[in-house]
Design a protein around this ligand. Structure first.
Ligand code: GLC
Length: 751
């Protein structure tokens, strides 16, 4: 208490004496640093949400002001699928809704970097117009296991796709003059015990899988902020790791932005600051006192304080708030909603479409089953949730699209969801707005199948639509039962509906409104068509209707493998919600206190394709309403890596877009390598039937390198490289090769 009073007195005295002091400008940061007292430097490194930002509820944080030196307070707010704050504020009837865009795993399924950048260009506009300086997104940890609770926020199992998508995301956000924050750096691949879990990862897997996507995001996105993850990495908290935050991030990768903690107040504040973590968030008095104590005791040097403060001040002078931007509090939500619908439509993955079930005939009579058809999940749970003004559902969107819905069934699910929400409102652990602003209260269980109506519906309706939905989110990982696997009721629903409708020669379509991969092999034979919109944002149900109606030809591709069995993923041997949980060794619980990434680089398709293990739906897979032919490619070695081009022709009946996935198989010898790895990708524009487009790719030798931990270096071997152009990792349409004459290597530091 005394220290706080002394600090307050010191800061207010400083304010009084502030006349004649330099005022912060972009070009006088060094003068400002020199003019700052040690206490002021320390106060800049421990965040706070100052009273002017009272209305940013929930997950916002900020940097303290130092009026004496013209340093304003600034504010950060969550993402990544939209701004996370309450829509209501004191003393005004105005509302402050935000757009719930498609979640990361869906927008990445577009495989369209331009589209991603366009989407986050709009999202960044909302950040700017609502007066936020730093946006806490993208979340981009690798999908190591289908069971990670936050996979919905993240992009992929593949580091190249994840890194390129994150870089595009960052460019879009920052094109508005606000700061994007790449998170959670690094290896935050489970939610169980996320604050303390020690991710134990070999150097090669760390470099090739878990750091590689962040490396790409930093080098190609130039984010203004990086958020260190809560977890430990090889025994050291990420936020306290000098090797991670300074040696690798800054010295190797050239990162020059600000580094902040994830939201908490871990012990070791000073160790984090010394390691290169510039800003404690959200910031607390106890951390400030620790920092001041350290300054007094000389446990942190003036140079270290100044180094970190320099990064924070450079961030501050970049902010709209420092520049005095008069934000409107009135972003164009309608235009953003239309864009959210377009992005979702371009990203939805069609997993099955037997016998031309889709697109549906105009005006078709539909029976729509599943609680999720009414309680459609737009975004997952936690800090990544977004309070949209309205989340469209399938009843509304299919009606809007001109289909004729069975009203008994619509009424049944509408009443069920209304009662379910009313019950939760009463039972809700906190007030409904807070409860809902974290995404709680969405559908958690399937209703009974309305058996009494089923047979008549199958006779009267043309097609059955079944919506299977899941929430998922921050703070907990997914379970096998009733989550990765269908629940008994969901299985019953699909079986009964498909029996009834198939007996009458009618079709069944399943919509997977989910946040993470689920089991599909045990039931997908009962569906004639399957669409995967993941959690597609507030307009997602309308995008699903656009695809069902054929207004949009699906062009999304999987960014994560759908295995036959979750135990087919080698990571399942070391994941907290898989069967192997919790043996205590020396008091430490396996997969809770520490997680061995024993699978190494064998993540996702790298494992399945190399070892020839059958999967349900492979990485990069997705169907279209049309077909494409790939030409013989041109592949050439270049002075640094290779170049390639391939021409794609639409050989089907309707216009469509094709994603070209470029995989490379390295020469045998030396390190054991995956049979093929994604090294480039592109997406055509919409090609009319018969129309062609040539896509070209350039891949530098460094991006072909594997990491040799024996010598702590990236190595690109000499030899013959095979290049495969695929419509999925297992559907190779064209191939070529090139030769690298001289091996190359790039030495780095071990972590
Ligand atoms: C949360 C999340 C992080 C979020 C932050 C602020 O715990 O891990 O993604 O940005 O805290 O809410």
């Amino acid at each position: 208490m005394i220290k706080r009073a002394l600090l307050t007195a010191a800061l207010s005295l400083a304010t009084v004496l502030s006349f004649g002091q330099p005022k912060l400008r972009p070009d006088n940061i060094e003068d400002i640093i020199k003019a700052m007292t040690d206490e002021e430097l320390a106060s800049l490194l421990v965040g706070a949400k100052e009273s002017e930002f009272y209305y940013f509820e929930g997950t916002a944080a900020g940097v303290r002001s130092i009026p004496r030196l013209g340093i304003p307070a600034t504010i950060s707010c969550d993402g990544p699928a939209g701004l996370h704050f309450y829509p209501f504020r004191d003393n005004t009837d105005k509302t402050f809704y935000c757009t719930a865009f498609p979640v990361g795993v869906l927008s990445a399924s577009s495989w369209d970097l331009e589209l991603m950048e366009t989407m986050t260009g709009a999202l960044g506009n909302e950040v700017h117009e609502y007066g936020v300086d730093m946006f806490l997104g993208p979340g981009m940890n690798i999908h190591r296991s289908p069971l990670c609770g936050r996979n919905f926020e993240y992009f992929s199992e593949d580091p190249l796709l994840s890194g390129k998508m994150a870089a595009a995301y960052v460019r879009g956000i920052q094109s508005n003059g606000v700061t994007a924050t790449v998170k959670h750096f690094a290896a935050n691949n489970q939610e169980t015990n996320r604050h303390e879990n020690d991710a134990r990862i070999g150097q090669r897997a760390l470099r090739e899988i878990y750091l590689k996507n962040f490396e790409i995001a930093v080098k190609e996105g130039r984010p203004g902020a990086m958020m260190a993850s809560y977890n430990k990495l090889n025994g050291e908290y990420a936020q306290q790791s000098y090797d991670l935050l300074t040696t690798i991030l800054r010295e190797e990768w050239g990162y020059d932005g600000v580094v902040l903690t994830d939201h908490g107040a871990k012990d070791g504040t000073v160790k984090a600051a010394k390691a290169g973590c510039d800003l404690m968030q959200p910031g607390s008095e106890v951390e400030l006192e620790r920092m001041l104590e350290a300054v007094k005791e000389g446990a942190i040097t003036r140079d270290e304080l100044e180094r970190n403060a320099r990064h924070v001040l450079r961030y501050i002078v970049s902010t709209p708030r420092f520049k005095g931007y008069k934000f409107s509090n009135d972003p164009d939500l309608r235009t953003h909603a239309e864009l959210a619908r377009k992005v979702a439509g371009e990203s939805i993955v069609m997993l099955k479409n037997d016998g031309g079930t889709l697109p549906l005939k105009a005006g078709a009579k539909l029976a729509v089953y599943g609680v999720g058809s009414e309680d459609f999940v737009a975004v997952g749970i936690g800090s990544g949730h977004v309070v949209a003004k309205h989340v469209g559902n399938m009843r509304e969107s299919l009606t809007d699209a001109g289909f004729e819905l069975n009203q008994d069934l619509a009424g049944y699910y509408k009443a069920y969801v209304e009662l379910d929400h009313a019950t939760k409102r009463v039972a809700g652990a906190m007030d409904w707005l807070v409860y809902e602003s974290w995404g709680y209260g969405k559908k958690v269980a399937e209703a009974d199948v309305p058996l009494n109506m089923l047979s008549r519906q199958a006779a009267e309706e043309d097609v059955a639509i079944i919506v299977i939905s899941r929430d998922a989110g921050e703070g907990y990982d997914r379970s096998l039962v009733d989550d990765f696997e269908l629940s008994v009721r969901e299985r019953e629903l699909i079986r009964l509906v498909s029996d009834e409708y198939h007996a009458k020669g009618k079709k069944v379509v399943v919509i997977l409104n989910i946040g993470g991969v689920i089991e599909t092999v045990s039931w997908n034979n009962m569906a004639d068509a399957i669409l995967l919109p993941w959690q597609p944002g507030q307009e997602g149900a309308y995008a699903v209707a656009d695809v069902l109606a054929g207004k949009v030809n699906p062009s999304g591709k999987l960014t994560m493998t759908f295995p036959i069995d979750v135990l087919d993923h080698p990571s399942s041997a070391n994941f907290p919600t898989c069967p192997q949980v919790g043996e205590a060794e020396q008091g430490l619980r396996k997969n809770v206190d520490y997680t061995e990434y024993a699978e190494g680089i064998w993540v996702g398709y790298r494992h399945f394709t190399t070892r020839g293990i059958k999967v349900s739906y492979p990485f990069g897979y997705g169907l279209s309403y049309t077909t494409f032919l790939y030409s013989k490619p041109i592949v050439k070695a270049s002075s640094d890596g290779f170049t390639a081009s391939v021409t794609v022709t639409n050989t089907g009946p309707v216009a469509g877009k094709e994603v070209i996935e470029v995989y490379v198989s390295a020469p045998y010898g030396g390190l054991e390598k995956p049979s093929r790895e994604l090294k480039a990708f592109g997406k055509t524009r919409s090609l009319a039937p018969g129309e062609s487009q040539t896509l070209s790719f350039t891949v530098p030798a460094y991006e072909l390198a594997s990491f040799n931990e024996a010598v702590s270096a990236w190595e690109t071997a000499a030899g013959n490289y095979q290049v495969q152009f695929g419509s999925s990792v297992e559907d190779i349409r064209a191939a070529g090769s090139f030769r690298i004459k001289k091996p190359q290597s790039w030495k780095v530091n071990n972590l």
